[in-house]
Design a protein around this ligand. Structure first.
Ligand code: NAD
Length: 277
């Protein structure tokens, strides 16, 4: 398969101030791309951009007009956006019965609506050029439901279904669509949640390398680590009762709720503050 040369390509990354987004930005810069990062945490975005040597702006992916402005400003500064990475996301951990409405709505707004807006805005700008690549970061939780993150799982299943559907719809546009399914990744989002042998954490750099390989090779679906692909396929083929039994046997049914409360509190309060912006 012919590989796409990333030199001087313009790559926009949402949620690029930290974690997986910052690692993706660093990897593309290293490959010679011109990178724009957008993040709701505008100060950290500026700091990260200064350290990496890229362009940055404040961005709330849940605000469609603001998202359009981000893409247009990035294009004015760097050139038309060739690759959009819809990475921004949040993961509050809570039993569903205790989850405030605001947490549910904010996850839907950022993890689902933000990805839909970004994809729609990217198609508007890329289709006239007949080329482009949209990468949507889902999660292993978008193929397997995990207790403690029911709303988050719903949002990631949505990203997977949405990306599959839009790829069919825009098949003749010249735009490539990729869904990425990382397992546990060592970032603030998963801080304090114990590792499981089946889902041992990997670094954000490993996810970034997989995203870059997907853009270079035009891959449609990427699991990180790769062995999660067959695991998800076998798991998905089981009847629902068998899936629940497997999760219980593996001790993975309530794993997310076994996190370190103090460490989780730091993340939850950061995400909670973002709810209010
Ligand atoms: P993170 O919390 O380290 O970074 C997420 C970034 O997104 C933050 O800088 C945050 O400020 C930004 N953000 C939040 N809301 C935003 C908004 N409305 N608009 C713009 N930016 C916003 O998290 P991460 O682990 O790097 O997660 C990145 C993506 O990877 C998310 O979509 C997440 O669901 C997914 N993911 C993470 C893991 C994991 O274990 N860390 C596993 C699978 C998938």
């Amino acid at each position: 398969m012919a590989k796409t040369n990333l030199t001087s390509r313009v790559v926009a990354v949402t949620g690029g101030a930290r974690g997986i987004g910052a690692a993706i930005a660093a990897a593309f810069i290293e490959a010679g791309a011109k990178v724009a990062i957008g993040d709701i945490d505008v100060h950290l975005a500026e700091k990260t951009a200064g350290a990496l040597g890229c362009w940055s702006a404040g961005l709330d992916v849940a605000d469609r007009a603001g998202f359009a402005e981000f893409l247009d400003s990035a294009a004015a500064a760097l050139g038309p956006v060739d690759v959009l990475i819809n990475n921004a996301g949040i993961m509050p951990v809570t039993p569903l019965v205790d989850e405030p409405a605001q947490s549910i709505q904010r996850q839907l707004a950022i993890n689902v609506t933000g990805v839909i807006y970004g994809t729609q805005l990217a198609i508007e700008r890329m289709a006239p050029r007949g080329t482009g690549h949209v990468v949507n970061i889902a999660s292993a939780a978008g193929r397997m439901g995990f207790g403690g993150v029911s709303t988050y799982s719903a949002t990631k299943f949505a990203v997977a279904g949405f990306t599959e559907a839009v790829a069919l719809e825009a098949a003749s546009s010249g735009i490539v669509f990729t869904t990425v399914y990382p397992g546990m990744v060592t970032t603030e989002l998963s801080a304090g949640i114990p590792d499981h042998w089946l889902m041992r954490s990997c670094s954000p750099e490993v996810v970034a390398a997989a995203v870059m390989d997907a853009v270079r090779r035009g891959r449609r679906s990427v699991y990180v680590p790769r062995r999660l692909g067959p695991v998800a396929a076998v798991y998905g083929a089981l009847p629902v009762r068998a899936r629940a039994a497997v999760m219980g046997l593996l001790g993975a049914d309530h794993r997310m709720l076994d996190g370190d409360a103090d460490i989780r509190q730091t993340y939850e309060s950061r995400v909670g503050k973002a709810h209010q912006t």
